[in-house]
Ligand binder design. Structure first.
Ligand code: FPP
Length: 251
């Protein structure tokens, strides 16, 4: 299944994507610097990875740093970079031992070379793992993704390919940063706001959305299971009628 060609019957929850929001407010409620909230947010990431395995989810995609987050106070950006670097040093071995495949999407070229090298090493080390695929979006933006997909679709085109074929939804889709991971079935946003904030714009065309007031550091296994339960109450129609979906007939 691809975002450009969804299958109405595909309701099994394979892929959960998360906008992890609320770290700053969680820290401020405790009169601590925002970086303290990001540190606590990392603990919630560990819990959610476990919850994804428990719920037999195959793919988990986490929005850790957006293209727009560079505009935050310099101190906060540096602390986040430090946190990513230490996580790459400390967490990768444990994830590998637990059968987790790690991937990164986003424009990595803006990160220090030492960080890019650690990211590549983590991807290589874990590439054969099959228990859960965790994709971390770093310096990622949905506009960037669609533009880079269109650009690569042009670069990869053979001279005889028509413009219609190059810019078909299927061809753009296959060049998106997330592929070969399928689009998310469920997108969760913590922290109370109900918006997409330039995350996976193309991929979430038919994702089910789940918004919760819970601030990200307080998000744990119970909240994850609540979101999963909520997902299974929904009927995914992909533009068809409810009756068509129930009868499995699409003509
Ligand atoms: C948004 O909360 C959160 C971030 C920009 C950073 C997310 C990072 C982590 C959860 C830590 C590490 C993650 C990995 C995968 C290593 P916010 O700061 O915008 O919160 P606010 O809306 O309350 O200000």
């Amino acid at each position: 299944m691809s975002a450009a060609n969804p299958e109405p019957s595909a309701s099994l929850l394979k892929h959960v994507a998360i906008i992890m929001d609320g770290n700053g407010r969680w820290a401020m409620q405790r009169r601590r610097p925002r970086a303290f909230g990001h540190q606590a947010g990392l603990k919630a990431v560990r819990k959610v990875i476990e919850a994804a395995v428990d719920n037999r989810v195959e793919f988990l995609t986490l929005f850790a740093f957006s293209s727009e987050n560079w505009g935050r106070p310099q101190d906060e950006v540096s602390r986040l970079m430090q946190l990513f670097m230490t996580s790459l040093d400390k967490e990768v071995k444990r994830l590998h031992e637990n059968g987790v495949k790690l991937r990164f999407i986003g424009d990595a070229s803006r990160f220090p070379e030492s960080m890019q090298a650690k990211m590549q090493k983590a991807e290589q080390l874990t590439s054969g793992n099959e228990r859960l695929c965790v994709t971390v979006a770093l310096n990622y933006g949905g506009y960037w993704d669609i533009c880079q997909a269109a650009r690569r679709a042009c670069e990869d085109a053979s001279p005889e390919m028509s413009l219609d074929a190059i810019f078909s939804p299927e061809n753009i889709d296959r060049h998106l940063a997330l592929r070969p991971v399928p689009p998310p079935d469920l997108l969760i946003r913590s922290g109370g706001d109900q918006r997409i904030s330039n995350f996976l714009l193309w991929d979430i065309a038919y994702s089910e959305l789940y918004f919760t007031q819970t601030l990200w550091p307080d998000f744990g296994k119970e909240e994850f299971s609540r979101a999963v339960k909520d997902y299974y109450k929904r009927q995914r129609r992909f533009g068809l009628t409810g009756q068509q979906v129930v009868s499995g007939v699409s003509s």
